[in-house]
Design a protein around this ligand. Structure first.
Ligand code: GLY
Length: 369
């Protein structure tokens, strides 16, 4: 299905990050070339899940010599992003005798890119990982920025490491096999990029929503929109890799999203939870006097037009969500801080903290509607 890579490998995107990011139709055929250039290795471990393996594992592993290549396949789903799965993958690499001269290729959605990235970050104190995201969400968010992690029963991504990839390979052609709802989940993170940094990008994405709905992963607008999102995210992480300040704007919508996900025992797609979180946090921004009136309606309208949910799911109470926000990584001195927009395309700096402390009572009142 994936077109052969145009020869030679096209130039990577001009992004301000320390590693090259390719975004081109057919780029999947160039994974071995990217490994050769950016993370040359004696052995290559391709980590993926069964869903992605069915479509793409053979075409990727065939690019490497069989005797020095291992394909490690995990079951799909967020429930696999655990310390137990990290240990099992690490043990498989140890049993294979993989040394520091091994490169991990993470081929999959956000679960695989986070988990395989964490395996690479910790294996023998760190080996290179080339991120090859196969969902829209992983392309525009998870695979760049160097965050790797696993979940624990107390919350998402609570055990992890910053470990920049050696390179990222984005092939928009792989989206052609993506289910509609998985594509929509990625659109939520793209809308977030527009809200936090770029009103023109937000508008361009809104214009493209009908074609994304009609044509899915085949939509002609997708490669440019993915590149636009990559530019926004790269600009942020280049300025603040370790989330000491500005990078927190990428958490817009996520404080409530993570709480909702926890309340539903992760029985909701991350992108759907982010969509709900963005609508509610935009309302919070207006209630706190941070956002100009109209921002919350604009966010809600965009979320609806993208076919994403915009309110608390049935059975999830405002009080329970507020309680769950206290398990978030962003809690400081027991105060929950929210990255809030001032306007579409501009976040509130909050005196350089990029997070506004909002009293629980205010959050609960906003969630009650
Ligand atoms: N997904 C948010 C970040 O990379 O910081």
């Amino acid at each position: 299905m994936t077109a052969p890579l145009p020869q030679p490998l096209p130039p990577p995107l001009p992004l301000p990050v320390a590693y090259p990011v390719w975004c081109a139709r057919g780029a999947l055929a160039g994974v071995a070339e990217v490994v050769r250039r950016c993370a040359p290795a004696h052995r290559v471990a391709v980590i993926t899940d069964t869903t992605v393996a069915a479509h793409h594992a053979a075409s990727v592993t065939a690019q490497f010599p069989p005797e020095t290549t291992r394909l490690l396949v995990i079951p799909p789903g967020e429930q696999e992003k655990t310390r137990a799965r990290w240990a099992a993958l690490t043990d498989e690499l140890l049993a294979w005798g993989a040394g520091r001269d091994t490169t991990v290729v993470a081929l999959g959605g956000g679960v695989v890119t986070d988990l395989a990235g964490f395996v690479a970050a910790t294996y023998l104190r760190g080996i290179p990982v080339v991120q090859v995201p196969t969902t829209l969400l992983a392309m525009v968010d998870a695979a760049i920025g160097g965050k790797t992690a696993v979940d624990t029963p107390l919350g998402k991504n609570l055990v992890g490491a910053f470990h920049n990839p050696a390179a990222v390979v984005v092939d928009p052609d792989v989206l052609q096999t993506l289910p509609e709802e998985t594509l929509r989940a990625g659109v939520a993170e793209m809308l977030k990029h527009g809200v936090i940094a770029d009103a023109a990008y937000f508008d361009a994405l809104l214009q493209a929503l009908p074609s994304l709905a009609a044509e899915g992963g085949r939509a002609a607008a997708l490669p440019a929109l993915i590149a636009g999102s990559l530019h926004i995210k790269a600009d942020v992480v280049a300025e603040d890799t370790r989330e000491g300040g500005l990078r927190q704007i990428l958490n817009f919508g996520h404080t409530l999203a993570h709480a909702i996900e926890r309340e539903l025992a992760f029985g909701i797609a991350h992108g759907e939870a982010v969509a709900i979180g963005m609508v509610l946090e935009a309302r919070l921004a207006e209630r706190m006097g941070v956002a100009t009136p109209g921002v919350a309606v604009a966010v809600q309208d965009a979320v609806r037009r993208a076919g994403l949910p915009d309110g608390l799911p049935a059975g999830v109470t405002p009080a329970a969500v507020v309680r769950a926000t206290h398990g978030d990584k962003k809690v400081r001195d027991d105060q929950v801080r929210y990255a809030l927009p001032r306007a579409i395309g501009a976040m509130d700096p909050a005196d350089g903290r990029w997070g506004v402390a909002v009293p629980d009572a205010v959050v609960e009142a906003v969630l009650q509607g």
